[in-house]
Ligand binder design. Sequence first.
Ligand code: FES
Length: 97
Amino acid sequence: MATVRIENLGVTLEGEPGWNLLECSLLREVDHPHDCGGNCACSTCKVVVVAGGGNLSPQAEDERDTLDAYGWDPGAYRLACQCVIQGEGEIVIRLPE
Ligand code: FES
C-alpha cells in the first residue's frame, strides 16, 4: 500500500501498487479532471510530483508527447493517468489550479 498525498487539497489517499494516480483519485472520490478518460490524450489530469516520484512508473514517450502537445513541460508535469504506483512509500503531488 502506498500513500498519495495531494498537497494542495489537503487530502491523503491510500493506493495499491498497479493503480495509476488518476484511478487512485477517482476511487477515493477526489474531483480530478480527466477529460479523455485516462487515455493519455488530453493533459487535464496533469500533476506536479513533489516527492516520491521513485514510487511511480517512469515517464514514457507518449506521456511526454501529450504534455508537450498541450504546452506543458514534461520535465515539470506528469499525467496522473500514466503514473502507475510501483512502491509502498509516500507520494506527494499537487493538482495545478
Ligand atoms: S485523463 Fe487525459 S491525459 Fe490523463
